[in-house]
Design a protein around this ligand. Structure first.
Ligand code: ARG
Length: 398
């Protein structure tokens, strides 16, 4: 009996060709695993194709709930964005996919895991590092790092071997999608001076009129969105609904040049309507309920955590500690945030919480003010002593 390899199968050209290529080059039986993280592809069709293309067996694993609860949820609590913009949709799904592949490998007593990542991207790092830490005994095969085929040659290889593929009209873009967002690169986008053509957008095709707008309310409990317009929703559904509400306004697009882990810069377009609205709403709720010291310190850890997700360091002791801190910080992050959606834009325009630290009697400039101005004078006196002293000694250069 041949050894088995578990292939992270998407149904696309690369992984379809990989089935045959692995059998030819490694003489192993291929078990194709489709992991559903909320991408809109037709997974049943891809499943059929895996079998037709020579996989010994195929699995579809529904990981949507786990993705929402264990990956998206902590990243909302931590307001995660890499280099200030990217909500990490692709990056967050990688450790989960790796975990599922390792589980299937154990069940199937496979000796290797294969994935379709190229040698230039971040995903190979995320997969390899996660797989090696979860099960150091598994071999990793990355056909696209080994073969020298161009896309045309891949298609030719597929035709020659009777591999069923769905490449009808050649999309110039490389696209990765899941519940949390859509990432688009390649083609004309590689010219960083070129404005992205409208056809790159899938989730944020604008169908609303420029004058259109609407208000929505997101309810949070312990840092996690639990309701939309007062209706309780599971996180995975709430995200899905919000994507369809905000997407048609063109909300959630971002165009960035980012620093990849392997040292090169790349241009990527992102669409994440629900993610950007939720993170901003969450951030504003935190501004209402968290004290200044916790809020400011948390910013530092958020940056670190985003970087670690991007770098593929999910299953690590530091990540566990960061998650622990973030979790604790969310004890009072419950309340409702009102957001106005409008043409290519959105804004938080109201917030309320039973844990609000906003005290109108202290903040107001109108009647009812209880703030004693003498306290300010004394506070500032003490606060400024060191610098007054330095000023007296001529040590402060203006
Ligand atoms: N640059 C993003 C990341 O490293 C997305 C990568 C996948 N993008 C794609 N268009 N296939 O997480």
């Amino acid at each position: 009996m041949a050894n088995k390899v578990i292939l992270a199968y998407s149904g696309g050209l690369d992984t379809s060709v990989s089935i045959k290529w692995i059998k030819e080059n490694y003489n192993m039986d291929v078990i194709a695993v489709l992991i559903d993280c909320g991408q809109p592809d037709d997974l049943n069709e891809a499943y059929e194709r895996a079998n037709q293309n020579g996989a010994q067996k195929a699995y579809i694993i529904d990981a949507k709930k786990e993705f929402a609860d264990d990956y998206i949820s902590p990243s909302i609590k931590a307001n995660l964005k890499y280099e200030k913009n990217y909500v990490l949709a692709t990056a967050l799904a990688r450790p989960l996919i790796a975990k599922k592949l390792v589980e299937v490998a154990q069940k199937e007593k496979a000796e290797a895991i294969a994935h379709g990542c190229t040698a230039k991207g971040n995903d190979q790092v995320r997969f390899d590092v996660a797989i090696r830490s979860l099960n150091p005994g598994l071999k990793i095969i990355a056909p696209l790092r080994e073969w020298k085929l161009t896309r045309e040659e891949e298609i030719e290889y597929a035709h020659k071997h009777g591999i069923k593929i769905t490449v009808t009209k050649k999309s110039p873009y490389s696209i990765d999608e899941n519940l949390w967002g859509r990432s688009i690169e390649c083609g004309i986008l590689e010219d960083v001076w070129q404005e992205p053509p409208e056809d790159v957008y899938g989730w944020t095709k604008i169908t609303k009129k420029p004058s259109a707008s609407e208000y929505i309310e997101i309810g949070f409990e312990n840092g996690v969105p639990v309701s939309l317009n007062s209706k309780l929703e599971k996180l995975q559904n709430l995200v899905k609904i919000l994507n369809t509400l905000a997407g048609p306004y063109g909300i959630g697009r971002s165009d960035m040049v980012e620093n990849r882990l392997i040292g090169i810069k790349s241009r990527e377009i992102y669409e994440a309507p629900a993610a950007v609205v939720i993170i901003e709403a969450h951030r504003q709720l935190e501004s209402l309920v968290l004290d200044r010291e916790l809020l400011h310190y948390k910013y530092l850890l958020e940056e670190k955590m985003a970087e670690m997700v991007y770098y593929g360091l999910w299953f690590t002791p530091l990540m566990d500690c960061l998650k622990g801190f973030i979790e604790k910080s969310q004890e009072n992050v419950s309340g409702t945030v009102k957001v106005k959606l409008s043409y290519k834009n959105f804004a938080v325009c109201g917030r309320k919480s039973e844990y609000s630290l906003y005290d109108l009697n202290l903040a107001t400039y109108d009647s009812g003010d209880i703030f004693d101005p003498k306290h300010s004078e004394s506070f500032i006196k003490v606060w400024g002593y060191p610098y007054e002293l330095m000023g007296k000694k001529g040590r402060i250069k203006g």
